[in-house]
Design a protein around this ligand. Structure first.
Ligand SMILES: [Ca+2]
Ligand SMILES: [Ca+2]
Length: 710
């Protein structure tokens, strides 16, 4: 392990030790007292397991919590219960699958585990040898009594003999609960909450996976809705997406009729794993004002560029009358009659989630940083990450008359005005999904996916991976380039005399610029973002000078310098530094926001309810006891929380750090907090990562060339 890498590892440990812990573990369990609003949240699952402790709702036979229950992926309330469909080993399974699909990467399960442990300091769930030695998928539908915390597994994938990783969507219809699973030919499972009897009522049309054309079909069900007294489900079959509806799903497969096809949706749905949002296809659906609204992922893998172009989502409006369905495009290609262009004019949000609140249809945007992150990690390409972070999510809404407005986000040509008090990403560039929204008690709750916790260690990991050199070694390599240029200058090659003095003076300036880079690195490296930016400026200058000087340099020199002094390397630095700048300001853990008037929001939490490992609010559910949320926590397992408005009459008995003076009550457009207690440590870590990587990009390349020519 290089010294630099050791430093980074040590800093990572510090980050984790000095984390921002704002929940109090008292005898009555973990309670989060909002700093910025009149809300509290009480942990229902494993109520005494606090920050950094295993939850996952259920326990193994050994008594250990099932840490692999990564997300409460779907949830429905019923009486005193919330029924939750989980997603098992979310990130771990993805890493393993990516490795299997791309054998050239050499990402064996062992290598994947080592990499994940290095990146997340061993905090990410990467299997459980003690309780789950075969690493089997252990997704479940579990019900939790929100009064007592008691849990009961209602449906166990493993016990049913399946190997899929969870239940992505759920809804209540005519007193029954319906969960969609991620089986290869997905199923709808009906649960009768009176008896907890579970049965498969619908299975998607079979797909011939042996046919190479179907190899990458992403068959998961996402959208599910109740509309015109029907259960409507989005599905995938050979050739694309389709919609089925049933008035009485208990009657099984025959009761479901196809009511929409890939063609009805203008062949828009992108339904292969290598498309946008892993083939997000029909993404979300909700009934509003007599119609069914459908968001669709459009971005498709381009075999020529081997990339998925960034295309914003599409939105359709469907209507059923006397059994006849019509589909009308609202957001999409104007040539197809769309009222608004894809993504309401933005290209980062490839998908969107839907909810109805106060006679409005709300559309919450959803970026695709899970593509950007591997690009950054594996290819040192921070461009798409930087662009995602520069353009975080928006929230739009439509009234019953069809009038649209931008509620949260950055104004653009289509919506020059932001209606509410919060800017892009709810004032947080790290908010990359509006993951779930819930109407409850006259208010609208929004839970986000905050990418900080996933991206920050990866940025550091990239750094550790690419440098392999101490700052001293890097500096000596810049010195090598300087020597090379000097040598050329001293070279008494008579041809050189024929070049203009201007070009020769550019050559001198290039040497000086490289020397400035050298000095910067000798001072201990570009040891913060400011110095990294200096290094970037010098790099741009060097590239420009090199372009002028290049014609007079001998081929021996240009073949080396071409690789280093080019715009692409300079851009890489720019995107990396830009990404780091966002990361230093961000606070790990999801953001939970609430609005009373439908446009102005306040933050209940910016830090995952005091647990930075809660990177997302994955689901909400309402039952007789109130509002509940389930978290995305691929580190220590999902958690279930009860969110409540503080009772105005209740005495403030348990004072803690999180009780705030009224003047901090957020008014309008507050900046994301920069002065959180942990950011000092994190800033340092990013500074080191930033400098190391900035220098690393330039110097590893130099090093490689030097070795090749030695
Ligand atoms: Ca935006
Ligand atoms: Ca946050």
């Amino acid at each position: 392990m290089s010294r630099a890498r050791k430093v980074i590892a040590a800093v990572l440990v510090l980050c984790l030790v000095f984390s921002c812990f704002t929940a109090t573990a008292a005898s009555k369990g973990v309670v989060y007292d909002s700093k910025t609003s009149d809300y509290t949240a009480t942990k229902i699952s494993h109520p005494d397991a606090g920050y950094g402790e295993v939850d996952g709702i259920i326990d193994w036979e050994s008594g250990d919590g099932d840490r692999g229950q990564s997300y409460a992926w779907s949830a429905v309330g019923d009486g005193d219960y919330v029924y939750i469909g989980t997603c098992y080993a979310a990130i771990w399974m993805t890493i393993k699958t990516v490795g299997q699909m791309n054998p050239e990467m050499g990402l064996t399960p062992e290598a994947a585990r080592a990499a994940a442990n290095a990146a997340f300091n061993g905090k990410l769930y990467t299997g459980d040898d003690k309780n789950n030695p075969t690493d089997a998928n252990h997704a479940v539908i579990v019900k939790i009594n929100t009064k007592t915390g008691e849990t009961k597994i209602v449906y166990d994938v493993r016990a049913e003999g399946y190997q899929y990783n969870g239940f992505r969507a759920a809804i209540k219809f005519n007193g029954k609960l319906y969960f969609c699973n991620t089986y290869r030919t997905p199923q709808i499972i009906e649960i009768d909450p009176k008896t907890d009897a579970a049965k498969v009522v619908y299975q998607c049309e079979a797909i011939d996976y042996d046919n190479p054309e179907n190899e990458f079909v992403s068959s998961g069900i996402r959208g599910i809705a109740v509309y015109n007294d029907m259960l409507v489900v989005s599905a995938i079959r050979e050739g694309g997406a389709y919609l089925v509806a049933s008035k009485n799903p208990s009657e099984g497969q025959q009761s479901f009729k196809v009511v929409g096809t890939q063609q009805d949706l203008l062949d828009y749905p992108a339904y292969h794993f290598n498309d946008g949002i892993f083939g997000g296809s029909i993404f979300d659906m909700v009934a509003f004002n007599g119609k069914l609204y459908i968001t669709v992922v459009v971005g498709r893998f381009d075999p020529e560029t081997k990339k998925v172009p960034n295309v914003g989502f599409a939105l359709f409006e469907a209507e059923e009358k006397d059994g006849k369905w019509t589909y009308n495009l609202i957001v999409g290609d104007p040539k197809d009659g769309a009222k608004y262009p894809y993504g309401f004019g933005g290209d980062r949000s490839g998908a969107a989630n839907l909810v109805v609140h106060d006679n409005h249809l709300y559309v919450g945007a959803y970026n695709d940083p899970m593509v950007a992150v591997p690009n950054a990690m594996l290819q040192m390409d921070f461009e798409s990450l930087y662009k995602d972070l520069s353009d975080p999510v928006s929230l739009w809404r439509m009234d019953t008359q069809g009038n649209w407005e931008l509620v949260v986000g950055a104004p653009n040509e289509i919506f020059p005005e932001v209606k509410g008090n919060m800017g892009d990403g709810f004032d947080n560039p790290m908010n990359q999904y509006v993951w779930r929204m819930q109407d409850f008690d006259g208010k609208l709750y929004v839970g986000t996916f905050d990418v900080t916790g996933l991206v920050r260690p990866l940025a550091q990991f990239c750094n550790g991976d690419i440098l392999n050199n101490t700052p001293k070694e890097w500096a000596s390599q810049v010195k090598y380039i300087v020597e090379l240029l000097k040598m050329f200058k001293k070279d008494t090659n008579p041809e050189a005399a024929t070049y203009s003095t201007a070009v020769l003076s550019d050559a001198d300036e290039l040497v000086d610029t490289m020397k400035d880079m050298q000095r910067l690195l000798n001072k201990g490296g570009a040891n913060d973002i400011k110095n990294s930016e200096k290094l970037h400026k010098l790099m741009i200058k060097a590239v420009k000078l090199y372009e002028k000087v290049r014609p007079i340099l001998p081929e021996k020199v240009t073949t080396e310098l071409d690789k280093v002094l080019n715009q692409e390397v300079a851009d890489k630095l720019f995107y990396f530094i830009g990404s780091c700048k966002y990361l230093t300001k961000s606070e790990e853990g999801f953001d939970l926001l609430v609005t009373e008037d439908g446009i102005n929001f306040k933050a209940i939490s910016r830090d995952g309810l005091g647990d930075k490992f809660n990177h997302g609010v994955r689901t909400f559910a309402v039952n007789d006891n109130g509002l509940f949320l389930g978290t995305a926590n691929p580190f220590f397992g999902t958690q279930v929380w009860h969110v409540e408005e503080k009772d105005a009459a209740a005495p403030d008995t348990e004072k803690n750090d999180n009780v705030v003076a009224p003047e901090t009550e957020a008014p309008t457009t507050e900046e994301p907090k920069e002065e959180a207690p942990n950011t000092g440590v994190d800033t340092t870590s990013i500074a080191i990562a930033s400098s190391a990587l900035a220098a690393g990009v330039v110097l590893t390349l130099i090093s490689k060339k030097k070795k090749a020519t030695d």
